[in-house]
Write a protein that binds this ligand. Structure first.
Ligand code: CUK
Ligand code: CUA
Length: 646
């Protein structure tokens, strides 16, 4: 059955289920035969009022461009962290301080499509310092600091389009990678016919170095590749540390995937990259320095502001000239996920259109490389022989395998998009142990620590592409959905559904105990080095510089100061620099002004300064106020600004 047919069938089934389950008001619902089982599930996900969840779950927002944070097992939404898209709720991308964070070489780009979350690791285990997420559309990687749950760095990836194979990382967070999905022409002359694809279009794999002390990222080097499409990637671990594995499709190098089917070949590839070798080549001065402007945006916690610089150069390595750097492993039918098990020995390929799940052996790969046991070359890069690298195949796994994660007992869990199920199998024996449907059409799945050397197991979360009848209908546009499973026993068990913000692709979870104790409560006012901070009510004032009016405003329960502003004219640029003087946890103040079309509100955390720019266009009296109910006298936190004729 082809995938669209199956999807239609699923949709049909969904509608039927909806008809069965929808109980109009006034009817008595039938007692569900599964009531006993449901009560057990409820007990497992119930987190009593005032109690905390066991795990944080960081979920990519897909086309919302954000990251959301849930508690597991309750499925409660704790926070939406704005990353690549503006967020009027707290002024991200609207405040003068956060605007530079969304700068790129294309200018201000306040939207993206974020697919994959990666939590930082030390010695192959989660360390709770940072979360990384990719921007797929305008190629970027962001770093979120888990002390503040804020985006503190965004790096644009040069020579890339569709930053999909990203931001997977090595087991000491030495490198993050960013593999380009769309091959594109590189360099100065990009005005070429699309039909010249084979000649002019190239792929790149970026290796981003992460500075251990503060997480700061920079492009260490790029590997030039043939014009294929890179999809996903994973680093080796333990024995295979030093290698990275990238799945790629369209090895036909077709530029029109509709007319020329990109899946006509029986096998595409997983590209194995020896990044330790790359480091040696770099040291020996082998790379080519290329002009590749890219934006690098960094948030400073002392000034509470972002700055954007355009960096110019990168070093590119060409594997055609550098032996031992790259090898292709054949992988059946349009591989999507490529995942490495906790031991680092097994590499799982997932051909979207394949009837088996191939599992490769790292040791066999090394042996084949040693013996130069190649089936040939692809664009001057050696291609290993499928059978010689294969550990074995999972037979009849289901339809449309996409992604695999692991538990601590040597088992793997693979998502099946087309047959809409999760299949549990044993990595050594390759035997299928269990399968369970998802509702509906699962994409990624995630086990806490399931991509590390030390999976925590216990839960698995499915991130589904289709919601249909799972919740009360909300018109044609529905929230997307996650499902929580108990995987502590031999059989998987569905516990809970919870809706997500945007399309959830990959997500990761971490024990709350590794993050919660470090969570910051307030910024220290005395450390505030914002150039326009007013660190006490006595510093509140208005200063004019030409046509710029700077309002140094303070907020503390329960007044804004100054609260009456006059002497401002149409044509002036008004900057409201708000400093929140509070030092108590959970006392933000908000700020908004009538008719400020170019802005949203500000939400200023204790000890912090943020700026709203306003260009008044008409004469009048304009009220402003605090938007966050902060005390019994919150409604008194208000004021007026008078705008006079130019
Ligand atoms: S992709 Cu979304 S289901 Cu962008 Cu990681 Cu596989
Ligand atoms: Cu401050 Cu309401």
């Amino acid at each position: 059955m082809n995938s669209s047919k199956l999807l239609l069938t699923l949709a049909g089934a969904g509608a039927a289920v909806a008809t069965l389950l929808y109980v109009p008001q006034g009817c008595t619902p039938h007692k569900s035969p599964a009531a006993g089982a449901d009560a057990q599930a409820a007990e497992k996900v119930y987190v009593a009022p005032g109690k905390h969840d066991e795990f944080y779950n960081f979920v990519s927002g897909g086309f919302s461009g954000q990251m959301s944070v849930y508690g597991i097992p309750s499925g409660r939404l704790l926070k939406v962290i704005p990353v690549f898209s503006v967020n009027p709720e707290n002024g991200w991308g609207y405040s003068e301080e956060s605007k530079p964070m969304l700068n790129t070489t294309h200018g201000f780009v306040p939207w993206d499509d974020s697919h994959h979350v990666q939590l930082s690791q030390t010695n192959g285990a989660q360390d709770g310092k940072w979360a990384f997420i990719n921007g797929n559309n305008t190629p970027r990687i962001a770093r979120i600091d888990l002390k503040t749950f804020r985006t503190t760095e965004i790096l644009e990836i040069p020579n890339s389009a569709g930053n999909h194979s990203s931001p997977y990382l090595t087991e000491n967070t030495e490198y993050l990678v960013a593999g380009t999905r769309f091959s594109v022409p590189l360099g100065e002359n990009q005005d070429v016919p699309v039909a010249s694809y084979k000649k002019n279009f190239k792929g790149t794999l970026s290796f981003i170095k992460v500075r251990p002390e503060d997480g700061r990222m920079n492009v260490a080097f790029q590997i030039l590749t043939p014009g294929v499409n890179f999809d996903l990637s994973r680093a080796g671990k333990q024995g295979s540390h030093g290698w990275f594995f990238f799945s790629c499709y369209n090895t036909e190098q077709a530029f029109n995937l509709l007319e020329v089917n990109a899946s006509q070949k029986d096998k595409d590839y997983i590209l194995a990259v020896n990044w330790k070798k790359a480091e040696e080549y770099l040291k020996a001065g082998k790379g080519k320095r290329l002009k590749s402007p890219h934006a690098h945006n960094v948030w400073d916690e002392k000034t509470h502001s972002g700055t954007s610089t355009i960096e110019q150069d990168i070093v590119q390595l060409d594997p055609r000239e550098l032996p031992g750097l790259c090898y292709f492993i054949p992988c059946p039918k349009s591989p999507h996920g490529t995942d490495v098990d906790p031991t680092g020995e097994y590499i799982v390929g997932s051909g979207k259109l394949a009837a088996v799940v191939p599992v490769f052996s790292f040791r066999k790969m090394l042996a084949a490389i040693e013996k130069k046991d190649y089936e040939g070359q692809y664009d001057s890069i050696p291609v290993l022989q499928y059978e010689n690298v294969l550990h074995g195949e999972v037979k009849k796994p289901g339809l449309g395998p996409l992604h695999t994660e692991f538990d601590a007992e040597g088992n793997a869990y693979t998502s099946m998009f087309v047959s809409s199920e999760i299949v549990k199998w044993n990595v050594k024996s390759l035997k299928v142990l269990d399968r369970l449907p998802t509702f509906y059409s699962i994409g990624h799945l995630s086990i806490p620590g399931g991509d590390t050397r030390k999976p925590h197991g216990k839960y698995m979360i499915a991130y589904n592409k289709i919601t249909k009848d799972r919740y009360l209908p909300t018109g044609p546009e529905l929230a997307q959905s996650a499902q929580l499973y108990d995987i502590s026993g031999p059989k998987m068990k569905l516990l809970l559904d919870f809706p997500t913000i945007g399309e959830p692709h990959y997500a990761q979870s971490i024990p709350a105990a590794q993050v919660a104790p470090n969570s910051l409560k307030a910024f220290k006012l005395e450390e505030n080095q914002h150039p326009y901070a007013a660190k006490g009510e006595k510093f509140a004032r208005v200063e004019r510089k030409g046509n710029q009016v700077h309002v140094y405003m303070t907020a503390i329960r329960s007044h804004l100061n100054p609260d009456i502003i006059e002497g401002v004219r149409v044509g002036d640029e008004v900057y409201f620099h708000l400093t929140n003087l509070e030092q108590d946890w959970d006392v933000p103040h908000g700020f908004a002004i009538k008719g400020a079309a170019e802005n949203a509100e500000l939400l200023i955390m204790p000890g912090e300064t943020q700026t709203l720019k306003w260009q008044p266009k008409r004469v009048g009296i304009f009220p402003f106020y605090c938007t966050d109910f902060c005390s019994a006298l919150h409604q008194e936190m208000q004021g007026y600004i008078r705008i006079s004729p130019a």
